[in-house]
Structure formats: structure tokens, C-alpha cells
Write a protein that binds this ligand. Structure first.
Ligand code: SF4
Ligand code: SF4
Length: 89
């Protein structure tokens, strides 16, 4: 397989910390293990999801986090097709 030509989808997330209630569903069910809880808390005292260091290009854009979030606090802002060799999986 020619990895120079193979393009794969990479998702870029929008996270709204103030909407999050810290349930952790998005973190638990991400198949790529892209997310973790923040050290900071929002104004209601909840830890919210952040992208794990080094995983900025690892979201496969499956959409699970935005489907499972009960508070619409996380969604895919855009999806780009990027050469597979540049993507850390
Ligand atoms: S879109 Fe899928 S891979 Fe990307 S962060 Fe959400 S659950 Fe994880
Ligand atoms: S699923 Fe939504 S409410 Fe729950 S931790 Fe993730 S962003 Fe916050």
C-alpha cells in the first residue's frame, strides 16, 4: 500500500467547557482514546474533556463523542483528509 497517496480522515473538535457536566462519556467511549479530563474545572466545578497531548491528529472523526454527549458540549468542527503517513494512530 502506498502511504504517500493514502488519505485518511482526521477530525478537529470544538469543546465547550461551560456546557460540560463532566460525565466522562466522551472520554470513555472514544475508540481512539483521544480525550482526557482537564485539570481545570468550569464555573460549575466540572472537569471537561481535552485532547490528550500528542493526540491532536489522532481523532478519526467517527463522531461518537458528539453523539453520546448529553449536553452538546463537544462536536466535530471539521474533518480533513490528510496523508496517512502524517497521522499518528
Ligand atoms: S470523533 Fe471519535 S475518534 Fe474523534 S474524539 Fe470523538 S469519539 Fe474520539
Ligand atoms: S460527554 Fe459531554 S458532558 Fe460528558 S464529559 Fe463529555 S463533553 Fe462533558
Amino acid at each position: 500500500m502506498n502511504l504517500e497517496k493514502l488519505l485518511v480522515p482526521v477530525g478537529f473538535l470544538q469543546i465547550s467547557p461551560e456546557l460540560c457536566k463532566g460525565c466522562g462519556f466522551c472520554i470513555e467511549f472514544c475508540p481512539r482514546n483521544v480525550l482526557e479530563f482537564s485539570e481545570d474545572v468550569n464555573s460549575r466545578g466540572y472537569h471537561y474533556p481535552i485532547i490528550r497531548k500528542g493526540m491532536e491528529m489522532s481523532c478519526s472523526a467517527c463522531g461518537m463523542c458528539q453523539r453520546i454527549c448529553p449536553d452538546y458540549a463537544i462536536y466535530l468542527e471539521k474533518v480533513e483528509k490528510i496523508p496517512a503517513k502524517k497521522v499518528i494512530r
